[in-house]
Ligand binder design. Structure first.
Ligand code: AQP
Length: 337
């Protein structure tokens, strides 16, 4: 168990956006670890629908993806009794704290964020303020819960650093208010790359879905995508991200989906051809995902249960978040009657 200095369990916060279906990158970098973490930490898991609207979403799809993500979380072993599991827009403190934190954040800092630059290039027709403000809302998410630890993929490292900067700035301007959170990075798979372009992060919103394995792809689609995965020159199956990005990416995926170390995986495929290796990776992924999909479908058929989970989660999350918000409002001088 991870204990903070005051003797309580450490608080862990993570959120995933319900944009499209999740990829195995989201699964490996985030959701796969959530269930294991809930025994050691006081876990808060959110569905970040307010972040999702920073790029255009089709309303019906956003609603559908929200419930699908909730059911996926639970199907992966997240226990709504043990954790605080909720939908971001159900807790208004997120928007309220983000507004305050905006006044502690500089425009230049936001313009320099890699994700903002990437997403601006990808959505040149809609570079909205929300897209630029994304890291401030993320800082509010994390800081509202006095989070000690944030498990994230390396793509979110910069956002976590700015969260710490904003928190420190506020604490210095007034008095200690926010806990400064630490990142928790998975050892293998902190950045899973596109199967067809192994130098690029695998993303839900990628233009070419053939390089992206979605967690709800069926077995045939999964196997087909792995069979087509780009490998590298030379025949050796060795983990060397610089020289062999394609093979290394596949080894990371195989390692996470089988629970074997990367070295064990290398030994298992020593002397094998790429074809056999890619098929084995596809099968390992399908073997793990298909039962989760079955459980997810069962949960999705019970909308009342999912609504109850969201209601309880929102109440629990709001109670915690509002405590921090009240402190902040008091410190900055917002009058209360
Ligand atoms: N390829 C990845 N490898 C490892 N971890 C990843 N994560 C995302 N992609 C990878 C981690 O998943 C968590 C949730 O991410 P998110 O949904 O909040 O947004 P994202 O990082 O922007 O994910 P995508 O797939 O790239 O979504 P789109 O295409 O909508 O922008 C985070 O912890 C992230 O690190």
């Amino acid at each position: 168990m991870e204990i903070a200095s005051e003797g309580r369990k450490k608080i862990l916060y993570s959120a995933v956006q319900p944009t499209n279906n999740l990829t195995i990158g989201n699964y490996i970098g985030a959701v796969n670890n959530f269930a294991a973490l809930q025994n050691d930490y006081d876990c808060i898991y959110a569905i970040a629908n307010m972040h999702a609207i920073t790029v255009r979403q089709e309303p019906a799809a956003l609603r559908r993806n929200t419930l699908a993500l909730l059911a996926f979380y639970i199907a992966c072993g997240i226990d709504p009794e043990k954790c605080t599991l909720y939908l971001q827009s159900h807790v208004s403190a997120h928007a309220e704290l983000a507004w305050v934190l905006n006044t502690f954040t500089y425009v230049g800092e936001m313009e320099r964020m890699t994700q903002f630059k990437d997403k601006s290039a990808k959505h040149a027709d809609n570079i909205n303020m929300g897209l630029m403000d994304y890291p401030v809302l993320m800082a509010a998410d994390i800081l509202l819960y006095q989070t000690d630890v944030v498990p994230v993929g390396v793509d979110q490292r910069q956002h976590l650093e700015i969260t710490r900067d904003i928190a420190a700035r506020f604490n210095n301007a007034y008095s200690p208010t926010f806990t400064l959170p630490e990142g928790l990075y998975v050892k293998v798979g902190a950045k899973i790359n596109d199967l067809l372009d192994p130098l690029k992060k695998m993303s839900k919103s990628s233009e070419n879905p053939n390089g992206v394995v979605f967690v709800n792809d069926d077995r045939d689609a999964i196997i087909k995508k792995f069979k087509r995965a780009v490998t590298d020159s030379g025949a050796e199956i060795k983990y060397d991200p610089a020289a062999k990005p394609g093979v290394s990416n596949l080894l990371s995926i195989y390692s996470v989906f089988t629970g074997k170390s990367v070295e064990e995986c290398e030994n298992e495929f020593s002397g094998c051809g790429y074809g056999q290796f890619k098929l084995a990776v596809g099968e390992a992924v399908a073997d793990k995902l298909i039962p989760i999909q079955t459980e997810q479908a069962r949960l999705l058929a019970d909308k009342q249960y999912l609504d109850d989970v969201l209601k309880t989660g929102a109440e629990r999350a709001a109670a915690r978040a509002n405590k921090t918000l009240a402190k902040v409002y008091k410190k900055i001088g917002f009058y209360r009657f």
